[in-house]
Design a protein around this ligand. Structure first.
Ligand SMILES: Nc1nc2c(c(=O)[nH]1)N[C@H]1C(S)=C(S)[C@@H](COP(=O)(O)OP(=O)(O)OC[C@H]3O[C@@H](n4cnc5c(N)ncnc54)[C@H](O)[C@@H]3O)O[C@H]1N2
Ligand code: MOO
Length: 407
């Protein structure tokens, strides 16, 4: 839906993702390199887990029928520890000391927890009955050899990496990381560590964008800072193409000022513009287009605007290009407002705020007083963005809202 001729946030995201055909050329990475990568092909188990019936508790391996009527006395005939086991067989009125993860010996069909046994030397008196199968993890309870447990397109988090390891894969096939070139623009910008004049500032945006790209599973390529001259910006755009970037992110120069050259420079290098400007605050002057096979995102220069638009548009684009099957699922969650918020205008608002726990199940999100998009000091303290849809009515503290957590 258009507002004041501007695209909505949802429509802008849809259009950015519509051009993102995932590429799948696989490479193989070690388990410690796999975090946030996307699985390139289905992964099946190389083994059955557990490989035999094992105990879920520390206690005694028993024949449940022996405990059907108590009191009873069992004779201790051996021990089964994890990684070892007991080679004999548990006969009637016999038991084997057993520990968590240890193989259940032949003849036994249940585990009596040690808390429910009174043992003296080789004499074990059960204090409770047990059901057949109690605390026995059957062979293959978790998975069996050949079973597909991770599908192509899965984003690999800690649990998925551990599962791949458990399935006995020392390496994992993953898609190529999308390459994202990052070009800052502006005569006032210098890299951190520079002695600045009173008219200069540090170019901080590239670092946030690179971190967001890396977290999304992409490979950031820092192209440095282009001065506010058409030739310099155009040279930066060509450098992105020469680096084989899948995405070029420009920073700044996206608005309407005389020195905002980025859109013109992109056009003169051959970009087909998809849209310019989104009904959001901050982040309005966003540019999207294509230059050959390269997607272009021209982000506003104000640091808060650049970071929020990277979270909302760049991160899902990187994930979609990497083939993440869930790239399109949003990350919003419910919270309750910690303070009154005014009625909103036509631009979707992303208010910076803090999060606190409450007696309620939901966290309390309180917007900061100041919301100017240059305020990095405040952004550094923000736990979340509070989303205010276009034309949202005023809302009191305690009312529900949607938030996006700081990445
Ligand atoms: N007349 C109008 N003026 C502005 C409008 C408008 O609609 N009409 N929009 C405003 C909005 S909203 C934004 S956002 C900014 C964005 O403008 P640009 O994308 O052209 O950004 P710049 O002018 O280049 O820079 C804005 C601001 O950010 C600082 N900056 C730029 N790059 C970096 C960087 N890499 N790291 C840190 N800080 C950076 C720059 O020094 C400026 O202070 O335009 C409004 N104006
Ligand atoms: O919309 Mo701009 O991104 O507020 O400062």
């Amino acid at each position: 839906m258009k507002r004041e001729g501007l695209l909505s946030v949802a429509e802008a995201r849809e259009r950015i993702l519509a051009g993102a055909a995932p590429f799948h050329p696989a490479e193989s990475v070690g388990l410690t390199q796999a975090l946030h990568r996307i699985l390139a092909s289905d992964l099946s188990a190389n083994l059955t887990q557990p490989p035999c019936a094992v105990s879920a508790m520390d206690g005694y391996a028993v024949r449940s029928a022996d405990l059907a009527s108590l009191p009873a006395r069992l004779k201790l005939v051996g021990e089964s520890a994890a990684g070892h086991g007991f080679d004999g067989r548990v006969g009637p009125l016999e038991t084997v000391r057993i520990f968590t993860g240890a193989p259940v010996p032949d003849g036994a069909d249940a585990i009596l927890m040690q808390e429910y046994a009174s043992a003296e030397d080789a004499d074990v008196a059960p204090l409770r009955t047990v059901a057949r199968g109690q605390f026995v993890r059957a062979r293959g309870l978790d998975f069996t050899k050949g079973e597909v447990l991770l599908r192509a397109g899965t984003r690999l988090g800690p649990s998925q990496i551990a599962l791949a390891a458990a399935m006995n894969h020392p390496k994992i096939p993953v898609t190529r990381r999308p390459r994202v070139a990052i070009l800052a623009t502006g005569d006032e910008l210098e890299p951190p560590g520079t002695e600045l004049s009173s008219r200069q500032i540090i170019a901080c945006n590239s670092f946030a964008v690179a971190a967001i790209v890396a977290t999304a599973g992409g490979e950031p390529i820092d192209l440095g800072i282009a001065r506010d001259e058409a030739g310099a910006v155009e040279a930066g755009i060509r450098a992105a193409r020469d680096a084989g970037a899948d995405v070029l992110v420009t920073l700044g120069g996206a608005s309407v000022g005389d020195h905002d050259l980025v859109k013109k420079a992109l056009a003169s290098e051959g970009m087909a513009l998809d849209f310019w400007r989104v009904a959001m605050r901050p982040g309005k002057p966003l540019i999207h287009g294509r230059l050959g096979s390269m997607a272009i995102l021209g982000l506003p220069g104000n640091p808060v605007s650049a970071i929020i638009t990277s979270m909302l548009f760049l991160a899902p684009l990187v994930r979609a290009l990497a083939g993440d099957a869930k790239a399109r699922i949003g990350q919003c969650e419910p919270a309750v407002l910690g303070a009154f918020v005014r009625a909103n205008d036509s631009r979707e608002d992303y208010l910076r705020g803090s999060l606190a726990v409450s007696a309620d199940a939901l966290p309390v999100a309180t917007p900061f007083e100041a919301q100017d998009s240059s305020l990095m000091g405040l952004l550094g303290r923000a736990d979340c963005l509070i989303i205010r849809p276009p034309f949202a009515l005023e809302a009191a503290a305690g009312e529900h809202c949607q938030i996006l957590r700081a990445p």
